[in-house]
Design a protein around this ligand. Structure first.
Ligand SMILES: C[S@@+](CC[C@H](N)C(=O)[O-])C[C@H]1O[C@@H](n2cnc3c(N)ncnc32)[C@H](O)[C@@H]1O
Length: 272
């Protein structure tokens, strides 16, 4: 009977109840996640989440490709940060800060775990992060730099944000010694910055104009092994265009948040 209906104009009508049940189930799931988040989270911007296990595995493969190393090495770096006490140390530090009421009880790292693995793998001497917010990304970068330093590969971070309160997680913390926090417009700071820069993370203003101005200021400072990242790559094509014009490689990665209503950002990476 169904096969007969499928060949008639009644086919969409017959399929409607099944489709309606699917939509109702989907809305129910989204609704329950969203309402739970509304009443349990304190975040109003720069949402934090963990990646699904499969998505994290995909991120390991991406970082292995960029770093030119095997994926087992990257997984080991991921396990180092994921299985250690980093989240607990961030939580304890954040909950001592004056802006502690801005933090959720749970610390979620998302694709910043990939930042950690990349820094552990390529051992940059100078990392620049444009856009800091509370300082979670800065802290995870600093954690990787500190472990590298203990293994004989020292490095430092220049972290830039226009908000004078940004990066308060790092101020006075165990991560502060490898971080130079600069509170100003990122383009202005990059125009006066000394090189070389081995890793740049664009996470400030997601417009073509601002990202292009950051890259224009940064390009003369890049080292021969530099890697450039855009933490919100879905919004502009500035980085892949720069990569193509210079014969660099470019890949992007779509985040899949685990159990969050937010659908995730995409991360773009360019490297030689
Ligand atoms: C998404 S947040 C950065 C997130 C951070 N990298 C992390 O890992 O959590 C974006 C930040 O860009 C900063 N910002 C906005 N305009 C800026 C500018 N012109 N120069 C530097 N930072 C800027 C904002 O104050 C905000 O803290």
């Amino acid at each position: 009977m169904a096969r007969v209906v499928a060949r008639t104009p009644l086919a969409p009508v017959a399929a409607f109840p099944k489709r309606a049940v699917r939509v109702a189930r989907h809305l129910g799931q989204v609704g329950s996640r969203t309402f739970k988040w509304l009443f349990t989270s304190r975040e109003h911007t720069n949402y934090t989440f963990e990646l699904t296990p499969t998505n994290l595995e995909h991120l390991c493969w991406l970082i292995a490709t960029v770093a030119g190393t095997d994926v087992a090495t990257i997984r080991a770096h991921v396990d180092e940060i994921d299985g250690g006490d980093f989240r607990e140390r961030v939580r304890a530090t954040a909950h001592r800060s004056p802006r502690r009421y801005m933090w959720d009880a749970e610390v979620r790292l998302g694709s910043r775990i990939g930042w950690y693995a990349l820094v552990r793998a390529v051992k940059p001497q100078h990392v620049v992060e444009a856009g800091i917010d509370k300082g979670l990304g800065t802290a995870i970068l600093a954690e990787a730099i500190r472990v590298n330093s203990a293994e004989g590969h020292p490095g430092r971070i220049t972290a830039i944000d226009i908000n004078p309160e940004a990066g308060d997680l790092v101020v006075g913390s165990e991560w502060e010694d490898v971080v130079n926090l600069v509170h100003d417009d990122s383009v202005t700071v990059l125009q006066g910055l000394g090189g070389p820069v081995d890793l740049f993370i664009h996470d400030s203003v997601y417009t073509d104009e601002h990202e292009q101005a950051e890259l224009d200021a940064l390009l003369p400072l890049l080292s021969d092994r530099a890697v450039m990242m855009n933490a919100r790559a879905a919004t502009t094509l500035v980085l892949p265009r720069m990569a193509e014009s210079r014969g660099w490689n470019y890949l992007s990665f779509q985040e899949q948040p685990d159990g969050h209503w937010f659908t995730g950002d995409s991360v773009g990476i360019a490297w030689r």
